[in-house]
Design a protein around this ligand. Structure first.
Ligand SMILES: Nc1ncnc2c1ncn2[C@@H]1O[C@H](COP(=O)(O)OP(=O)(O)OP(=O)(O)O)[C@@H](O)[C@H]1O
Length: 326
């Protein structure tokens, strides 16, 4: 079987024209957004592309879908050259760009599905039951007759995902699928994507700035840095590699002095000592051990554990800025 994605020594440059001085009024600057990226994704995998702003994630997704032409290197998506075979590829992949819509803005959402079904040449006997299934799972019923421009962001994103999956593609590419969504909407979308993948074996590749997306959806993470792969592996491996710390937040029964706990660093004390935050490395100890130590010293009313965010992980991976105080 072909890999779902195969990228070899991929390069993409943009030429930017800038205003200059004197005789050279217009200067030409070349930005290398993707700089020798190689990647292979097998069918059924779920891969999260993370990286700082401008690292080259969106450009990579555009190259994978054939929207952009590589400057050098090769791309095969579902075994096809995405530029030369863009039409064939469109039947086999689904694409969601969180910041841009593929729906018809002035038409009711249901009309977009009708048009997409026609574009993909899907018979009614195929797309109607599929839309019913997507409607049931993504709960589109309440706004199928609403023009897209009147939908809330959360409703529109559910519509976008349904549109990308109407033709049951084998590969789904998502560029920042949960950007701007509230916690409940993001979680619901992730649950849906997990179910879709579990049932159909759909390959997922997504870019995100949200660690929750990676944790809940991807077993593999690719860190992109200046257009290259800086890490390719699982999330626990990445967290280990950067030594990212978790934070235990403890609410005490009584206000008290700052506690000192072996194996953990006290990051801060809030609410007159009622809330205390402890950072610890999962390599060295566990949340349970830190909690046990805290409980020996004070009564605990409530607790939560904060995972490192993508920003923390990237900051530590780059090693240029110390971990952010919380
Ligand atoms: N159309 C364009 N013209 C010129 N430069 C561009 C263009 N699109 C992207 N770039 C540049 O290419 C680099 C990579 O951009 P890209 O959008 O792929 O990054 P990204 O990792 O998706 O960033 P973000 O997390 O901010 O979305 C950046 O330096 C960006 O300024």
């Amino acid at each position: 079987m072909n890999p779902a994605l195969e990228v070899t020594d991929l390069v993409r440059e943009y030429v930017v024209r800038e205003k200059g001085e004197g005789r050279f009024r217009r200067r030409r600057r070349v930005v290398r957004a993707v700089d020798g990226l190689s990647l292979r994704v097998e069918p059924g995998e779920a891969v999260g592309l993370i990286g700082a702003n401008g690292a080259g994630k969106s450009t990579t997704v555009k190259l994978l879908t054939g929207i952009l032409v590589p400057t050098a290197g090769t791309v095969r998506t579902c075994g096809l050259d995405p530029v030369a075979r863009r039409r064939d590829l469109a039947r086999r992949i689904g694409v969601v760009f969180g910041q841009r819509s593929q729906l018809w803005w002035d038409l009711p959402l249901a009309e977009s599905f009708r048009l997409l079904a026609a574009i993909h040449r899907l018979p009614a006997a195929v797309w109607r039951p599929r839309l019913d299934e997507l409607d049931a799972r993504l709960d589109l019923g309440g706004f199928l007759t609403t023009p897209v421009r009147q939908l809330s962001l959360g409703q529109r994103m559910r519509g976008e995902v349904a549109a990308a999956l109407l033709h049951s593609p084998e590969l789904l590419l998502l560029d920042e699928p949960t950007i701007g969504l509230d916690v409940v909407s993001s979680e619901r979308l992730r649950r849906f994507l997990r179910a879709e993948r579990a049932e159909r074996g759909t390959t997922l590749l997504l870019t995100t700035h949200d660690m929750g997306d990676v944790e809940r959806l991807c077993e593999r993470v690719l860190v992109v840095e200046a257009g290259r792969a800086a890490y390719d592996g699982d999330l626990p491996g990445l967290v280990r590699r950067v030594g990212a710390r978790r934070v235990l937040v403890v609410d005490l029964r009584e206000p008290g002095p700052a506690l000192s706990v072996p194996g953990a660093e006290l990051l801060g004390v809030e609410a007159d000592g009622l809330r205390q935050r402890f950072a610890f490395s999962p390599e060295e100890t566990t949340a349970a051990a830190v909690l046990a130590e805290v409980s020996r010293r004070a009564g605990v009313r409530d607790l939560s554990v904060e995972e490192p965010g993508i920003a923390d992980v990237l900051r530590q991976l780059h090693g240029d800025v110390p971990p952010a105080p919380r």
